[in-house]
Design a protein around this ligand. Sequence first.
Ligand SMILES: CC(C)(COP(=O)(O)OP(=O)(O)OC[C@H]1O[C@@H](n2cnc3c(N)ncnc32)[C@H](O)[C@@H]1OP(=O)(O)O)[C@@H](O)C(=O)NCCC(=O)NCCS
Length: 169
Amino acid sequence: MEIRPFRPEDLPLLKQMTVEAFDGVSIDQGIEREFGPVNGHDWRWRKARHIDEDVARESEGIFVAELDGRVIGYITTWQDREASMGHIPNLAFVPEMRGKGMGRRLIEFALEHFRNSGLSHARIETLVQNDIGNHLYQSIGFREVARQIHFAMDLNAPPASPDSSAPAE
Ligand SMILES: CC(C)(COP(=O)(O)OP(=O)(O)OC[C@H]1O[C@@H](n2cnc3c(N)ncnc32)[C@H](O)[C@@H]1OP(=O)(O)O)[C@@H](O)C(=O)NCCC(=O)NCCS
């Protein structure tokens, strides 16, 4: 596997890999499960835009994994230098290349990129249901520091009464 900097022409493929890889491990998909498509857009449309955002924020922090000239994975990163914190918002591999240790290598590459920039800490997050993420990040050395619950609501739905969850008398 070779790791190289992101090039603008990678973007469509990275977005396609993202929507394939995040099936089952996406907050946007959870929203769709509850509410259906929003404003005519499905979860894949919303998730793919995260990569647009990563490119806009710090395209030089995106690295692409290639095998025999074929793009097989990527990782996006950005740096908060004042806080000395490196962030990894997204990473994915094509399905047939997973579980071969390449995700680990790509994350370690990103961590070295942070160290070379003088950062002292790094952050990554994953959903509870993402078994691989939960295992892999901890085995690399990340420690769990918090759990978060994501909520969404339909702004046009009738308002819920404050005691709607209370048992009926
Ligand atoms: C997450 C991802 C990028 C990791 O890349 P990868 O190349 O598969 O990762 P690696 O092969 O380096 O490591 C996978 C680890 O998970 C372990 N693993 C695999 N399946 C597992 C499972 N069901 N439960 C727990 N651990 C599992 C492997 O044994 C390996 O750990 P080890 O090195 O200690 O043996 C890749 O799996 C992927 O694209 N997943 C879908 C998208 C995704 O979840 N992205 C991250 C969102 S936070």
